[in-house]
Design a protein around this ligand. Structure first.
Ligand code: F6P
Length: 342
């Protein structure tokens, strides 16, 4: 077979490890050929490709980002998008696709599968919010980056008796905030899953100062206050209808400073959480998902996504995988609340 590989949506550490595993096993064990499509769905849509053999994947295991490039192109929003993809696959002699992506990229893969395109999906996102898989690679790396930032912010916050608000990624799901906040010993953690009361947060912060210990507040970019409007960077939507977030951390710091009389500063970690080399956990997970994805493609098991359940890699229907977003259950959040303000 000649198999196309693409990476779509927000990049994350571990994408190259998947590509490497797919190609290494696909060529060595099965004798398949590969072509890399550039920039997510834009690649097959516009016929943009590059060679992808063993030589091209040497040395990429520890590299962040994706050698194939990525984009948030949605072919279903483009006139004749599906026809153009089918034509370009045929023109390049491509029999099947391995699509590595999050809910949007895999949502497109699901629809293309229903329209007869041979496709296998691999889940990725730092947000860890895909149903049907216990973990997505990229998440562990993002959490470790955020935890290290929080550790560093603790010491400077102490020196200056300041509140430090750390805004982390997480549009609809607060997994990064929850795990980084717990691992970093945050004073308060705020998630998109539950609206927060800014007066209660100010109370926690004041209590921390009473203990002569400066507070770190971890807030997910998608968190929002009670009765308030979500704070938006701007109102532009991307091709999948998502707004660009950013701003809740700054807003919260201003509120906390006004309410507590103590200086409050904000650090927005942003894309730092998506950059650089993957952790060992993410390298292993990405590699295993890649190995299982090429097995599924080799067997012609189309319309499936490989997933981690417990410690096993299993196959689930793509449609099931993208049906619902995996958000933080409120009982998990309650575990963390024990530490708030104390
Ligand atoms: O889905 C991954 C993610 O990093 C989210 O946490 C974040 O909201 C979004 O992507 C940011 O997207 P972009 O890099 O396109 O601004």
């Amino acid at each position: 077979m000649r198999i196309g590989v693409l990476t779509g949506g927000g990049d994350c550490p571990g994408l190259n490890a998947v590509i490497r595993a797919v190609v290494r096993k696909g060529v060595t064990n099965y004798g398949h050929e590969f072509v890399g499509f550039r920039d997510g769905w834009k690649g097959p849509l516009e016929g943009l490709s590059r060679p992808l053999g063993i030589a091209e994947v040497r040395g990429i295991l520890p590299r962040g980002g994706t050698i194939l490039g990525s984009s948030r192109t949605n072919p279903f929003k483009i006139e004749n998008g599906v026809e153009r993809i089918k034509e370009n696959l045929a023109a390049q002699g491509v029999d099947a696709l391995i699509a590595i992506g999050g809910e949007d990229t895999l949502g497109v893969a699901t629809k293309l599968h229903e329209l007869g395109v041979h496709v296998v999906g691999v889940p990725k996102t730092i947000d860890n919010d895909l149903g049907a898989t216990d973990y997505t690679f990229g998440f562990d790396t993002a959490v470790n980056i955020a935890m290290e930032a929080i550790d560093r912010l603790h010491t400077t916050a102490e020196s200056h008796h300041r509140t430090l608000v750390v805004e982390v990624m997480g549009r609809h799901a607060g997994w990064i905030a929850l795990h980084a906040g717990l691992a970093g010993g945050a004073n308060v953690i705020l998630l998109p899953e539950r609206q927060f009361d800014v007066d209660q947060v100010a109370g926690y912060v004041e209590k921390r100062f009473q203990h002569q210990y400066a507070p770190i507040v971890v807030v997910a970019e998608g968190a929002h206050p009670l009765e308030g409007q979500m704070v938006l960077h701007n109102q532009e939507l991307d091709a999948f209808g998502h707004v660009r977030l950013g701003g809740i951390g700054q807003w919260l710091a201003e509120q906390l400073e006004a309410k507590t009389g103590k200086e409050a500063r904000t650090v927005v970690l942003g894309h730092i959480q998506r950059g650089g080399t993957p952790t060992a956990f993410d390298r292993v997970l990405a590699t295993r998902l890649g190995l299982h994805a090429i097995d599924a493609a080799h067997e012609g098991d189309w319309g499936k996504m490989v997933a981690m359940q417990s410690t096993d890699i299993v196959r689930v229907p793509l449609a099931e995988a993208t049906r619902e977003l995996k958000t933080v259950p409120l009982e998990r959040y309650a575990e963390a609340e024990v530490f708030f303000g104390s």
